[in-house]
Design a protein around this ligand. Sequence first.
Ligand code: F6R
Length: 608
Amino acid sequence: MCGIVGYVGPRQATSILIDGLRRMEYRGYDSAGVAVLNGKGIKVQKAEGKLSALVEKIGQETIEGTVGIGHTRWATHGAPTTPNAHPHISGDGRIAIIHNGIVENASSIKKALTQRGHTFASATDTEVLAHLIGEYYQGSLEEAVAAALRDVDGAYGIAVVSADEPDVVVAARKGSPLLVGVGDGEWFVASDASAILEHTRSVVYLDDGEMVVLTRVGYRVRTLEVSRIEKPVNQIEWDLATIERGGYPHFMLKEIFEQPESIENTLRGHLLHEEGSARLSGLNLTDEYLGQMERIIITACGTSWHSALIGEYMLEEMARISVEVEYASEFRYRSPIVDNKTLVIAISQSGETADTLAAIREAKRRGARTVGLVNVVGSTIAREVDGGLYLRAGPEVGVASTKAFTCQVAALALVTLRFARLRHLSVLEGRTFIDALQRIPALIQSILDRAPEIEALAKRCEDATNALYLGRGVNFPVALEGALKLKEISYIHAEGYPAAEMKHGPIALIDENMPVIFIAPKDAVHSKIVSNIEEVKARGGKVIALITEGDTEIEQLADATFPIPETLDLLSPLLTGVPLQLLSYYVAVRRGCNVDQPRNLAKSVTVE
Ligand code: F6R
């Protein structure tokens, strides 16, 4: 995720900004930059890649000045290049801005600005905002920022400086965190307390719709409309290491808890409620092509392959298109039947997985159109596909994939909606699907709020040497994913199976020592899965079941249950996947495993 830091005070700003950015490196980023007011104007320096590249650039040309802003960018709009790095400047170069979040109406604002003669040097929404603030500027930076933000839809945390007000930093937030650091004769703004903690522990947390004006004599919090509001100053008690993980003991837990927000980010700007459809212009697929498309192959590895399987259920049921899901490593070496009426979708968190990349290249060679559902902007797969959709899950640091999985499923739901509306789905059905999708983040939050219940269930599994995960229909891939998560981080051998397949072999394993985890929401195959639970119980197996709230039938059968809120059958993996992530996390912690960096695993598998 991007990081923001700003400074006004007596000390040289550049090193304070760079140190602050360094403290936020753990969040992940792909470029960085600073803007410092040096009395003559704004000096901007930015670089692609790691902070060391920026430091090297600055080293060649020292930036003097005691007021400035700094940013680490994790690309969402435009590739991670130096021109797209922040700060961005206004048309006349007098204003510089850094920005976290997404300006949803950037393209319409850009169009209007272009008509008024503005030209742009980057592909970012942030540069549009810089130009807009520049247009509004009439001698007061804070008023220009407030005026521009009234025109903006979307989420932002921003910090802005102007060459005409050399002692001022203005910052604002809506949907993206920002706090003010109150020092001794110096003031800071940051998106993350870790950036300023070595200078002060006194902070003012800004709420959505609030702005702050830092000057050499203090700070003033305001809203877009009211010029001063009172806010309490809080004392931070956490140490730096805890803060960098947002107060969570591990990145994996932090990322599990980020899912309501990350899914909102995946969906943001894509849903067309009125039309009951999804806007996915990035796929670069015309209605004409989609009309002629005969089949889809989804290719991926690991967790991404599991989300692909969920996509297969969604696409076949709602869009009535024939879908095959292929391990990328297999696809690339067989002789797949692919032609120009085949759409090949690659799913990848990192966008760098060697097998998935090779599969895409093979598909292109055979004349298929390719689309990527990728998290990391500017990654190789994202660059090589014909079109795509970014997941916007934010950086995933924990090696075991969690939030990228649910964002992949949400992205597949968007693709399904778009394809289905062109084929068989009615407007009303489309709207019902959108309503259900939009409720998912809050429902996930309600599951996360009950994490202690899962922690208690973990005790039932921690001493197991084997575990079986069983699901049916769209929750069969969730069973696979649950098993993968458990084995990756706790080193307990686990298998996922379609529940009915159990009696064709794995049933031989069942005894009182092996937990059997059923994913059993009240869906179209509920009565079938109840029979499968009976079969396990009849053999003395220990059953833990994820059930729909109020399902007393399974409650009476199972040894333990965890209730999930109701949603559409096809969207249930977005809910059932989350407690399974938590279960593996808590089991691994209880077993003393290195949760964020499990043995033998790499975050990005760039070798065959
Ligand atoms: C599991 C996991 C891996 C990845 C797989 C594909 O937790 O992280 O199975 O899902 O290596 O990686 P991406 O999605 O980056 O292509």
